[in-house]
Design a protein around this ligand. Sequence first.
Ligand code: HEC
Ligand code: HEC
Length: 348
Amino acid sequence: MGIPKTLLLVIAVITFSVIIISFSVRQTGDGEVVFSVPKGWPKPAYNFKINPVTQDGFKLGRRLFFDPVLSRDSSISCNSCHTQFSAFTHVDHPVSHGINGLKGTRNASTIFNMAWNTSFMWDGRVKTLAEQPVNPITNPVEMDNTMENIVSKLNQSATYKEDFKKAFGNTTISSQQVLNALAQFLVSLQSYNTKYDKVIAQKSKDIRFTEDEKEGLQIFRNHCAQCHKEPLFTDNRFKNIGLTVIPFYNDYGRMLITHDPKDSLLFRVPSLRNVAASYPYMHDGRFNTLEEVIDHYRSGVVQSPTLAPELRQPLIIDNKQKAQLIAFLNTLTDDEFLYDLRFRNWVR
Ligand code: HEC
Ligand code: HEC
């Protein structure tokens, strides 16, 4: 009877090692990232030929994203303003706070499904994901640094040199490589595992909308989906939704970039995926709750020549329907994404 015992022991050892290995893979955040286009989604805008995503590039981008070395006095990282549990925005204040506690004028954007963005920032002033990080890095109220300074600091680090070599194959770090690595991390932040997605894909009979969520989806499709278009919950266009201008900020949105008066007060339609986790809301974080947002659409819209035609009539829904709409918006939270260990800060 010796053989079965040995066999049992072997099986036990194998099982045990498999558990340990899979545990440690998860614990070090080494899970592979594979970019995929979910079924029924449009073609991404990101150019994978120019800057393809590799595991080493992703990991390097992640290291940079969490590293305060990118700011002038090494006090602020990208993650200071973009934290994972709130869909990579920050929830503690309406407008962002950067170096020396200096305040910006805008609410940090959420970061996910960036491959489908046709422009970046609330006013669309950035065209590609690889150009995007230059903005916070050089902004005097954000990281207040220069690319030259970062590249020279990184070139003094043996471990960064090793990581850049793995990702890009050469030993001298360039600013384009820093930006490309960050872009590879950013584009890998994909979110498509919400209850909404599971119900739409009819993955399992056990996952169904409640009656309220179902009603909420209908209300959403009647009044919101023209701009917050499924499945991305944005159409990437710019719209004026009739918010009052806050005198101190004087933020006229898209017009600041195009200088065209027709673009006055237009802002990029934000995705509503993970919206329950990414308060406060709007380009300046003026609303703290989804209730306030819906009340804006019901009774707060300010008429003006550039107001979106879709919002010329106020939204007429009663309080029960408002609650149903919010119940639906809550199905857009993707916990698998918000707590995905691969997107955490892993010590090298
Ligand atoms: C001080 C806070 C702060 C820091 C630090 C910061 N950001 Fe941002 N981020 C913002 C704000 C605010 C916006 C929106 C700005 C605007 O629209 O004018 C933004 C927008 C973005 C967007 C645009 C998303 C979209 O959908 O348009 C990306 C991507 C981004 N940041 C990535 C980064 C990266 C990468 C870093 C680090 C290099 C970084 N951010 C550092 C505050 C910050
Ligand atoms: C005409 C297009 C349009 C329609 C219709 C529309 N929205 Fe919006 N929505 C926008 C734009 C543009 C913004 C950003 C405005 C800003 O910050 O200045 C926005 C912002 C939001 C935000 C804040 C998101 C964030 O991350 O800050 C929420 C929530 C929201 N809308 C929900 C809704 C709901 C619910 C409806 C339907 C009742 C709706 N929207 C209808 C264009 C629209």
